[in-house]
Design a protein around this ligand. Sequence first.
Ligand SMILES: [Zn+2]
Length: 320
Amino acid sequence: MGYSIGVDLGGTKMLIALAGEGGEILQSRKLPTRAEKGPERIFKDLVTGMTELFRVSPKEIEGLGFCMAGYYDRQRGIIIDSPNLPGWENYPVQQQISSLADIPVVIENDANAAAWGEFVYGAGKGKKNILLVTLGTGIGGALIIEGNLARGARGLAGEIGHIPLLPREGPFCSCGKRGCLETLASGTAIAREGRALLQTGKKTAVRDVMKGATLQAGDVFEAARQGDRCALEIIDLAAWYLGQGLAIAVNLFNPEIVIVGGGMAGEGEILFDPLRHYFSKMIISPLSEEVTLVAAEMGEEAGVRGILALLNESFFWQEN
Ligand SMILES: [Zn+2]
């Protein structure tokens, strides 16, 4: 029996899954990404992980699907840059993976893979036009148009996180510009605003709920759930910017559904309530009753499930 492997490489952890012939996941494991060691070390960890964790011989593996955070140039098979993974600038990922094993390989940006996972198995099942946005440290995005991944000329379509909303005076972004949506509504942005709030000396529950030494976005959400007005204001403003970014994309592409995934989507209605409010106000009125905004359903498996499904499809096309 032939197996395939799906990998979702993130800045702090990688998820590896072993799949059977039909693409169903048989086993999956999470490993820490030793991001600071660079791509060669990460690939070594990956190969060791695959053979040791799953106890299958490399010969039995018939295909590999790989997705990661970063700008992936499909035409040239290189990672142009990855904000959370040092050493990947202009990295020939396609060539490197192919040199590890002579098997079919499919590579995607992680948001594209997650969108495909939601499209095939999750919140986007049965829909043909989907906008997916992932909220976490950064903000990623992907578009499915008429049932196909919209990749654009170089594979960089869907970078919703870098829509410039405050390009003159906004905070600096990982992309080198200012005031991108990501700098105003990501987990990093919410944590930054939370820290700024602490600096003001105002009385706020944010200080009391802090779990670690440094304030995280989750602490701001926790304080907001306790009714803290300052924390609620931070989230309200982030939701306003996010609504604005999503409305720009929706007015352009007219998706049936907007799927919000990533770690921050798990915060639930405290985020979704204001987000839906602003989003529906900002999109053009014929769309406001049609487009639904929902939380992703596949959790952290969306990327590997999606990349495995894409790999399976590429097998199908090769065989037919
Ligand atoms: Zn940016």
